[in-house]
Design a protein around this ligand. Structure first.
Ligand code: HMG
Length: 381
């Protein structure tokens, strides 16, 4: 039985920051951000948006009335949890109007957990081919004003349907997961921003990519020539380049040229949105599917990485007509409003965060389908 990704949709906030303007205000050469890090713009999050509103907005783009009735399981992957106990998936299920006989759960392991969600969903469908599982990766990447990580912030959600006879990507059986207790990036319970050992984290990422990819090659006998493209978790687009170059070395042949071109195609949207944490790999897959040179039957490799740390390398085979099962990201991004650095700093400091007071947000400027109105008696509205 073929099982895989049937439909995908992406949603982000309506505001963005120009990173050349951020560089100027931080007294940094703009080339460091646009070339050294590989980011041009970043999603800015108003207080009226959170992982629930973003996740629901992404899923709304791919649901039809019959799917709303038939989703059997909702898995929400996030590391920007809004509650230590209640799953964000329950709120999202309610906003989407999914039926009450839906299994609903939140998963966590930094940026990696959406990949675990997809593998678990594949298992559910393998046991019962009638299942349609909705996996939503939703996050807000926050590092703090004036920190080295600031330029790698971002926000957004990717929603994916996992089913039998998928229209986008059939997942292949061989997959290699790898985990180790490592302190490269973490967020203690009392913190609204991540703590990170930045340079170390980039080295661990590359190590985990090499570990998983080498083992995958040993298990399958596949070489780089067997891939139309490799996609990466993109905390910033330069990281994908570092990953790919770590296995290409100084190769300049046809295969290496193809993989480099496809990597560029996979980086288009991340350059303009920033890190999505759990959703980043899947936004780079969508970017590849909409901007790369691909044909049905192509094999695509996916490297998922989450700090802490866990990685997984797995593959899928592209289906005929996949283009029709993705939302139009270019149009959505073109409609966003640019905000100044001052406005971004104001919005950054207006998040609900650790605030326990009752609060009501002014949502007049937010045209998103779902809005966080505020908080009353410790309950988000
Ligand atoms: P930094 O201190 O800005 O680094 O931190 P840098 O000074 O080394 O500069 C970065 C690059 O810009 C370098 O290139 C410089 O040469 C270049 P590289 O050597 O890396 O190829 N550069 C310039 N290029 C052109 N013109 C110039 C110029 N100046 C310098 N004028 C760092 C960078 C990424 C460490 C920081 O932003 C950070 O800590 N980010 C957050 C952590 C992160 O994203 N880590 C990635 C791996 S871990 C991961 O992916 C998991 C994660 O998503 C979380 C999760 O799993 O939940 C983060």
């Amino acid at each position: 039985m073929r099982i895989g990704i049937d439909k995908m949709a992406f949603a982000t906030t309506n505001n963005y920051l120009d990173l050349v303007e951020l560089a100027e205000s931080r007294n940094v050469d703009p080339n460091k951000f646009t070339i050294g890090i590989g980011q041009d713009q970043q999603a800015v999050v108003p207080p009226t948006q959170d992982i629930v509103t973003l996740g629901a907005a992404a899923a709304k783009k791919l649901l039809t009335p019959s799917l709303i009735k038939n989703i059997s399981t909702l898995i929400v992957a996030t590391e920007s949890g809004i509650d230590n106990s209640k799953a964000s998936a329950i709120y999202i299920k309610h906003l989407l109007g999914l039926n009450d006989f839906t299994r609903t759960i939140e998963l966590k392991e930094a940026c990696y957990s959406a990949t675990a969600g997809i593998q678990f969903a594949k298992g559910l469908v393998a046991i019962n081919p009638q299942e349609t599982v909705l996996v939503i990766a939703t996050d807000i990447a926050r590092y703090g004003l004036n920190t080295p990580g600031e330029v790698t912030q971002g926000a957004g959600a990717v929603a994916m349907l996992i089913s039998a006879n998928p229209h986008i990507l059939t997942l292949e059986d061989t997959t290699v997961a790898y985990s180790k207790d490592i302190m490269d990036f973490w967020r203690p319970l009392y913190a609204t921003e991540a703590l990170v050992d930045g340079k170390y984290s980039t080295n661990v990422y590359i190590d985990f990519f090499k570990q998983t990819f080498t083992r995958y090659q040993q298990l399958t006998g596949h070489s780089l020539a067997d891939f139309a493209a490799l996609t990466f978790h993109l905390p910033f687009t330069k990281m994908g380049k570092k990953g790919l170059e770590s296995i290409l070395g100084d190769r300049k042949d046809r295969v290496a040229r193809r993989l480099r071109q496809q990597l560029t195609a996979s980086q288009v949207y991340s350059r303009r949105v920033g890190n999505l944490y759990t959703g980043s790999l899947y936004l780079s897959l969508m970017s590849l599917l909409q901007n790369g040179s691909l044909a049905a039957g192509d094999r695509i490799g996916l490297f998922s990485y989450g700090s802490g740390a866990e990685g997984e390398f797995y593959t899928g085979i592209l289906e005929e007509g996949y283009q029709k099962y993705l939302n139009d990201i270019e149009t959505d991004l073109a409609q966003r409003q640019k905000v100044s650095v001052t406005e971004y700093e104001r919005l950054f400091s207006s998040q609900l965060g650790m605030n326990s007071e009752d609060i009501e947000f002014d949502d007049t400027d937010d045209l998103s389908p779902f809005i966080l109105k505020g908080q009353k008696k410790h309950q988000r509205i």
